[in-house]
Design a protein around this ligand. Structure first.
Ligand code: NI
Length: 167
C-alpha cells in the first residue's frame, strides 16, 4: 500500500489531456492500488490518475454502494440524462466546494484491469462522480463549472462531493 501525493489546483498536470491505457502491466496495477489507497486515505469518493501526477485515462470511484469500488480504464461516457445541481468538491482543490450541475444519469463504457470492456450506469452521486472524474482525464476541473462563488469548507475532514450545510 502506498499513498501518493495529490496534485492540487495550479499544478499544470491537472490541465492536460490524459492518454489511453493500452495494456495493464504491473506498473498500472500498482498505480490503481495506490490510487484506491490514496482516495480512501483522503476520504474521497473518486480519484483520477492525473491527480497523482500520471497522465493516463484511469479513474477510481467508491461512493459506498455495494458494487464498488469501481476502476474505470479508458472510460467513455455514452449517454447522460437529466440533471442534478448540488455541492461538489475535489481532492485537488482542498478546503473548497461549489455548486455544480451534472447529469443525473450517466452510462459509461470502460475497461477493467483485465482489459475487458464493461458498462456502468449510475444515478445521483455515482453519476456526479463519473462525470467529475472523467472531466479530470480531459484536464477539466469542477471549479470552471461552478455556479456562483467557490465556498470555503470549514471543517477539515469533509468528503469529496459530500453535501454540507451553508454557514
Ligand atoms: Ni476531482
Amino acid at each position: 500500500m502506498a499513498i501518493r501525493q495529490i496534485r492540487t489546483i495550479g499544478d499544470d498536470i491537472l490541465t492536460k489531456r490524459c492518454k489511453e491505457v493500452k495494456t495493464v502491466n504491473d506498473r498500472i496495477k500498482i498505480l490503481i492500488e495506490d490510487m484506491l489507497d490514496t482516495m480512501y486515505e483522503a476520504n474521497g469518493v473518486g480519484l483520477a490518475a492525473p491527480q497523482v501526477g500520471i497522465l493516463k485515462r484511469i479513474v477510481v470511484i467508491d461512493v459506498g454502494d455495494e458494487n464498488g469500488p469501481y476502476v474505470l480504464i479508458n472510460p467513455v461516457i455514452l449517454e447522460t440524462d437529466g440533471s442534478q445541481t448540488g455541492s461538489e468538491g475535489c481532492l485537488s482543490v482542498p478546503g473548497k466546494a461549489g455548486i455544480v450541475t451534472r447529469p443525473n444519469y450517466v452510462k459509461v463504457k470502460a475497461y477493467d484491469e483485465e482489459m475487458n470492456e464493461f458498462i456502468l450506469e449510475g444515478t445521483e452521486l455515482l453519476a456526479r462522480c463519473i462525470s467529475h472524474e472523467c472531466d479530470h482525464l480531459d484536464g477539466e476541473l469542477y471549479v470552471d463549472k461552478v455556479e456562483g462563488e467557490l465556498q470555503d469548507v470549514t471543517y477539515d475532514d469533509y468528503e469529496d462531493y459530500e453535501d454540507f450545510e451553508e454557514e
